[in-house]
Structures are given as structure tokens and as C-alpha cells.
Design a binder for this molecule. Structure first.
Ligand code: ADP
Length: 723
């Protein structure tokens, strides 16, 4: 088993192919891949290291800049002990600090909860907040009662009609503009309640015209309310566009003056406006709505940006409360607060102010830092220090990696970040290279090119190897064929040689005793066999030529019956000599068939030799020839070992030999049947086999009868009859 495996030339070639081509190619491929990977990793490391040192350096520069700024901020507020006595100076300092060193707004909060700066919005109003100021000394009492009645009717009793009457009375009695505005607002609300839309609109518009800057008694801007009332009334009247216009106007107003109201109230109003707008905006959008929609989108986008100053004041006041609770000792250091609100980062710098003893914290001065302008002022300068790296992206990011100060957005991957030193450790410097500019990027391009080259190389090697293998296989087949031809020659020549030897021996043995006639007969036979030998040799050469497609046949019309009988009878003595029962059964009047007589003889002898060779105990051979339709069938039947149906096709292949005891005992290289098929095919015919193992075999060669053949035989018949 092992030996035959090793001898198989295909397996050997396969091994050679694997060892010499596939294995080295695979190794080459994987080595180059690994080399590329290594280089990539190294380049990545190099660029990371570079960025890391850049980030470190940038971090130090940023820190330095921030320190410089800090020096400015810490001196912004005068903080001597006893400063409370000179509050005006502190407030004046804060006033002048705004706009300096990126300070956007200032706060001064007292530990008592008092807001010392900026002044409360109401304080800037023409009519100051204290409620007593809303009333004239004279009518104070009457007005107070009227207002109380109106509010009770409106809010507690829910009787708008009564409220309307009361607000009207209030309007008549009121002398100050603010109180008049409050009365107008009440009238508008009552009309809304009464669903008297037009009157509600008129009352509200009166407020917009006359009291645009007025605040109600809860310090809410009245014009905001007026606009919302107009929108509501217009919507109820089915006037969608004017309603939406009023809504957008109130939205713009709200965003522009977001600092005038509390954060919570701002959010509630925005929510209400957006809800109503969603209801009003028609889908699809008509053209006359477009301008309004754009205004709406713009203000909605804008509202995201400004964070109300109250929000920061709250944050700072919490710091102050905590400092007081924890009994924090007063120091002059500048502290920071950095976080994000609505996705926007902010930075607050703050200092504490001492109490009367100078040891505890009494107040807090905080600065809102304008990050945008700080970014513009600071980053380009820093970037300039790394001028060699045009593709460098530098940013200051917060704890979550979101950019705080940035020229452009730093990609999270491929970047290195270093935290700033205390007290700015709430930020980090992130450094990245533009992706397409990185070493790794260009390396990846090179890698791709390199890998493609290796691929092309491997393909070339593979194709070359395949061609070599095909060539080698062809050569090995030719070599095999050569060897087989030699053996095949001996196989094919055995029969005539045996005859020659037999008859020459007979001649020799008979010597003088042999009669002239007998001698002539022996010599004739010998000559005939020599001729056949000659022909066979020619045919062996023909076979070789046939391999090359160069065999020549000489076709002539022959009486096929006679031809077959002739060959069979020649073979009879040989068969019978070996104890075969030999029968010849030729149908009379077979037509003439166009054949190469020698080739056909060769074909028949091959079949007969096989019949003899592959028979064991039952020794009987029958040769038949009969016509069937447009074909003549020549049949050789034996009762020998038979052939497995699975082998019926393969036995006709060159050099195929059945794996039987008999075929290996006898010589032969599996060329006989191949030759039979080749000859039959050359005659335009075919060979069939009918056999089963152990049940003998019937080989039939079918040759076509041409019309000519019929004519020819008819002519010959006529000629014979004539003579
Ligand atoms: P060879 O006889 O030299 O082996 P052939 O081409 O003549 O080559 O035959 C191919 C194979 O077909 C043989 O090896 C044998 O196994 C099988 N074979 C051919 N003729 C017969 C037959 N008459 N009976 C049984 N087996 C046959």
C-alpha cells in the first residue's frame, strides 16, 4: 500500500508542489504580514510616544498660561478685612472686571444668601421692587383692596367676570404705570378666561405698547405674558400663522432675556412654547410659513447656548454654603469649578472674601470665563510652538473627554491625553494627528501595496508551478506510455511469433519427409504470419502515431463477413490448441463495409486474445457477425471471468488493467481495448461490452454500413453472378 502510494507520480508531484511552492509561499506571505504588523505597531508606538511628549509639553504651556490668567483673576477683587464697609469699591471692581481676561460675568455672593453683585434685576427697573413702592401713599389702601379682590375673583373663586370688573376698577384707581400694567395684564387674563379673544388681544397689545419693560408683582416681565396671551387667543380664533408668529416672538424675547427669570421658569415657558409650536406648525410646510419656521429654528438653536447666569450663581452659592458649613479658613487662592451644562462646558473661577476677623469665609466672588474667546486667544499660540506638525490637533478636554478648548474636535481614537497640573487638573490636553496624516496612515497604504505585490508574486509562483506540474505530468504520462508501448509490442506480437515458431518447427521436424504441398503450406503460413508481424509492428508505430494523432488508415470496401471469418479461422487452431470450443457464426449476405482490413484484423485479434486470456475452466469462444439496421455488429463472446459493470468504461482507457489474478498473471499493459476503441472510432463505429463478473463477456464492434457499401456489394454480387 505504502509503496504504491509513494510510487504514484501525482502524489510525488503534489508533494514537490507543496514543499517547493506552497510552503515557501505561505511562509513568505506570513513573514511579510508579520513584518508589516510589527512595523505598524512600532510606528504606532512611535507616533504615540511623540504625541505623548507633545501633550506633556502642551500641558505645561497651557498650565503656564492659565497661571498667568489666574494672577489676573485673583487681583480683580479687592479683599481687605472689613471690605463689607466699603462694598461700593468691591462692586465697582467687579463692574470693571467684566470683559477683562475672558471674564464674561461676575458674581458676589454673601454667606447670608444675599446677592451683592450683580444687582437684582428688579433694582434696575424704573419702578423699584418693594411692593409698597407700587402704590401711591394716598390710594394705597384702596388699591391694595381692589387688587386683592381681583386676585381672589380670578384665582380663588375662578369667576372671570368678577375679576374683569375688579381689574377694571383697579385700572381706574391706579396711578403708577406699573400698577396700570398689572391691571391690564389681569384684564387680558380675564378676557381669555371668558373666551373673548379679541378683547384679550387688545388688552395684551396695550401692554406691549405701553408697558414693554414692566414687571408684575412677582417680578415676571409682563410683555412675555402678553405675547403668550396673544398667541393663545389667535390660536383659539383659528389664526395659526399670527399665533405662531406671536409664539416665536415670545420665544425670542425669552431667550434674549433669559437672565431676567429663573432657570426653572425659563424651562417651563420654553416647554410650553415648543409644545404649542409643534401643534401649530402645519405639515407639509406652506411657503408663507418658511420664514417663520427659520426664525423658530434659529431661536431654538440659540437657546441651547446661553446658560442663565442664575445657574452659575447657584453653583457658586452652593460652594459658599459648603465652605461656611465646613468652617473653611479664609485663603487668597483662586479656585475653579468646571463642568458641562446642556452639553456646553463652562469654567468658573472664584475667590473667597474674608469676614471681619479675616480668618473665616464671608463671601465669594466668582467669574464666568468665556471659554470660546479663551480658546481663540490661547490655542493658536500654543499650536505655533509645534509648528513642525501641521497635522497636529490639540484640544483641552474635560473629565469625560469632551473638548473644552479646541481648535477642532479631537478624535477619541489615535489620541493621547495628559491631565494638566493642579489646580487645573479637571482638564487634560489631548493631542492627535489628522488620521490621514499619521505615520500609520501612510504605512497602511504601503502595507496594502506591499501585500498586493506579495499576492501577485504568489500568484505568479503558483501559476508557474501549476504549469510545471502540468508539464511534468505530461512527461510522466509520455514516459509511462513509452514503457507500456514496449510491453504492449511484446503482447501484440506474441500471437504471430508463436505461429511462426510452430510452423518452422513443424517444417524442421518433417525435414525431407514433408511433401512439397505440405511444405508450401507451412511456408505460406509462416509468410503470412511474418506479414502480419510486419503489419503489427507498423500498427504499434501507428499506435504511437495515434497518440500523436498521426495514424493513417487505408479504408476500402471489404466483404465484412469474409474478413471476420478469415481472422476467426486463422485463430481457430490457436484456440483449439488451448482446449477452447471455438465457434464462428456469420450471417450470410452481409453488406460490404468500408474498413481498413489490417486495423480490423488487429481489432478482432485483440478481442480474441482477451477472450482466450480471461477464460478459466469454461473454455468457449464464439465469433459472430450480423447486421442490425444501418450497422454491422461483430461480436466476440467468451465464458470467462467476466468484467464488473463498474469497470465497463475504464477498461477502454489507455493502460488500464483490471485488477484480477488473471490480468496480472498474463502480460499486457492495458492497451488492447484502447486500440480496439480507437480503431472502431476511426471507422465511425463504436464498441459495446456486455458482461458481469463470472459470467463471461460479450464485446461487440458496431460498424456503420454506408449506402455506398450496399451499392458496392450489389455491384459485386452482380459481377459474381455474371462470371
Ligand atoms: P490487457 O488485456 O493487456 O490487460 P486490455 O485493454 O485488452 O488490456 O484489457 C483491459 C482489461 O479489461 C484487462 O486487464 C481485463 O481486466 C479486462 N478484460 C478485457 N477483456 C476481457 C474479457 N474478455 N473478459 C474479462 N475481462 C476482460
Amino acid at each position: 500500500m505504502r509503496r504504491s502510494w509513494r510510487r504514484n507520480p501525482h502524489v510525488e508531484l503534489g508533494l514537490v508542489f507543496v514543499l517547493l511552492v506552497l510552503l515557501p509561499s505561505f511562509l513568505l506571505g506570513s513573514f511579510s504580514l508579520r513584518a508589516v504588523e510589527n512595523e505598524r505597531a512600532a510606528a504606532q508606538q512611535r507616533s504615540m510616544a511623540e504625541r505623548s511628549s507633545t501633550a506633556d509639553l502642551a500641558g505645561r504651556i497651557v498650565h503656564q498660561e492659565m497661571k498667568t490668567l489666574e494672577a489676573g483673576w485673583s487681583t480683580l477683587v479687592p479683599r481687605p478685612v472689613g471690605w463689607e464697609a466699603n462694598l461700593g469699591a468691591v462692586v465697582a471692581a467687579l463692574d470693571s472686571a467684566r470683559g477683562h481676561d475672558f471674564v464674561r460675568a461676575c458674581h458676589l455672593l454673601h454667606v447670608s444668601g444675599q446677592r451683592l453683585y450683580p444687582p437684582e434685576p428688579a433694582a434696575t427697573e424704573p419702578t423699584p421692587i418693594p411692593s409698597a413702592d407700587a402704590f401711591d401713599a394716598g390710594d394705597a389702601h384702596e388699591v391694595r383692596e381692589l387688587l386683592a379682590a381681583a386676585e381672589t375673583a380670578e384665582f380663588e373663586l375662578d369667576t372671570p367676570q368678577a375679576a374683569l370688573v375688579a381689574y377694571r376698577a383697579l385700572l381706574d384707581a391706579a396711578r403708577t404705570p406699573r400698577l396700570q400694567a398689572v391691571a391690564h395684564a389681569g384684564i387680558a387674563r380675564a378676557y381669555l378666561h371668558l373666551r373673548q379673544w379679541q378683547q384679550a388681544i387688545e388688552a395684551s397689545e396695550w401692554i406691549l405698547q405701553q408697558h414693554a419693560d414692566a414687571y408684575d408683582l412677582d417680578n415676571q416681565p409682563l410683555r412675555l405674558q402678553a405675547r403668550l396671551h396673544i398667541a393663545r387667543a389667535r390660536e383659539e380664533m383659528g389664526q395659526a400663522l399670527p399665533a405662531a408668529t406671536a409664539l416665536v416672538a415670545s420665544y425670542e424675547d425669552l431667550v434674549a432675556h433669559s437672565d431676567e427669570i429663573g432657570r426653572l421658569q425659563f424651562d417651563v415657558l420654553v416647554e410650553r412654547i415648543e409644545e404649542r409650536m409643534a401643534r401649530l406648525l402645519p405639515r407639509p410646510m406652506p411657503d408663507d410659513w418658511r420664514a417663520l419656521e427659520q426664525r423658530y429654528a434659529a431661536v431654538a438653536a440659540q437657546r441651547k447656548r446661553p446658560i442663565g447666569s442664575d445657574y452659575f450663581a447657584n453653583k457658586l452659592s452652593r460652594k459658599l454654603v459648603r465652605a461656611a458649613l465646613e468652617g473653611l479658613a479664609y485663603t487668597t487662592e483662586v479656585r475653579y469649578l468646571s463642568d458641562t451644562v446642556d452639553g456646553e462646558p463652562f469654567l468658573l473661577a472664584y475667590v473667597y472674601l474674608p469676614d471681619a476677623s479675616g480668618t473665616a469665609v464671608a463671601a465669594l466672588a466668582g467669574f464666568e470665563i468665556d471659554l470660546r474667546s479663551m480658546s481663540i486667544a490661547m490655542l493658536p499660540g500654543i499650536m505655533q510652538q509645534f509648528q513642525t506638525d501641521d497635522d497636529l490637533v490639540l484640544a483641552l478636554v474635560d473629565a469625560e473627554g469632551k473638548p473644552v478648548l479646541s481648535g477642532s474636535v479631537v478624535p477619541a481614537t489615535n489620541s493621547v491625553s495628559h491631565p494638566l497640573a493642579v489646580p487645573f487638573d479637571f482638564w487634560s490636553v489631548a493631542v492627535a494627528l489628522e488620521p490621514d496624516a499619521t505615520d500609520v496612515g501612510s504605512l497602511e497604504f504601503r502595507t496594502t501595496v506591499y501585500l498586493y505585490l506579495v499576492l501577485v508574486l504568489l500568484l505568479t509562483i503558483g501559476t508557474g508551478a501549476a504549469l510545471v506540474v502540468i508539464g511534468l505530468r505530461r512527461q510522466s504520462r509520455l514516459a509511462n506510455m513509452k514503457t507500456s508501448l514496449v510491453s504492449s509490442v511484446s503482447h501484440e506480437l506474441r500471437t504471430p511469433l508463436t505461429s511462426i515458431r510452430l510452423f518452422s518447427e513443424l517444417l524442421e521436424a518433417a525435414g525431407e519427409d514433408a511433401g512439397l504441398e505440405q511444405r508450401r503450406q507451412y511456408l505460406h503460413t509462416i509468410r503470412r504470419e511474418v506479414d502480419r508481424l510486419q503489419r503489427l509492428i507498423d500498427q504499434v508505430l501507428d499506435f504511437a502515431r495515434g497518440e500523436r494523432g498521426a495514424r493513417q488508415f487505408r479504408f476500402e470496401f471489404e466483404e465484412i463477413g469474409a474478413l471476420v471469418r478469415n481472422v476467426a479461422e486463422d485463430f481457430r487452431s490457436q484456440a483449439e490448441g488451448k482446449g477452447f470450443h471455438f465457434e464462428v457464426d456469420i450471417e450470410p449476405d452481409l453488406p460490404e463495409v468500408r474498413v481498413d482490413a489490417d486495423a480490423l484484423r488487429q481489432l478482432l485479434l485483440n478481442l480474441l486474445a482477451n477472450a482466450m486470456q480471461y477464460s478459466e475452466k469454461e473454455r468457449a469462444i464464439t465469433v459472430r457477425a450480423r447486421r442490425s439496421g444501418l450497422e454491422v455488429g461483430i461480436q466476440v463472446q467468451d465464458r470467462g471471468i467476466g468484467i464488473d459493470p463498474a469497470d465497463h468504461e475504464r477498461i477502454f482507457e489507455d493502460f488500464y488493467r483490471g485488477d484480477t489474478r488473471l490480468s496480472s498473471r498474463h502480460g499486457g499493459l492495458g492497451l488492447g481495448l484502447a486500440l480496439v476503441r480507437r480503431i472502431a472510432t476511426a471507422h465511425g463505429g463504436r464498441v459495446t461490452v456486455d458482461s458481469r463478473r463470472g459470467q463471461g463477456a460479450v464485446f461487440t464492434v458496431w460498424l456503420p454500413v454506408s449506402e455506398n457499401g450496399e451499392n458496392e456489394s450489389a455491384v459485386k454480387e452482380a459481377r459474381r453472378a455474371r462470371s
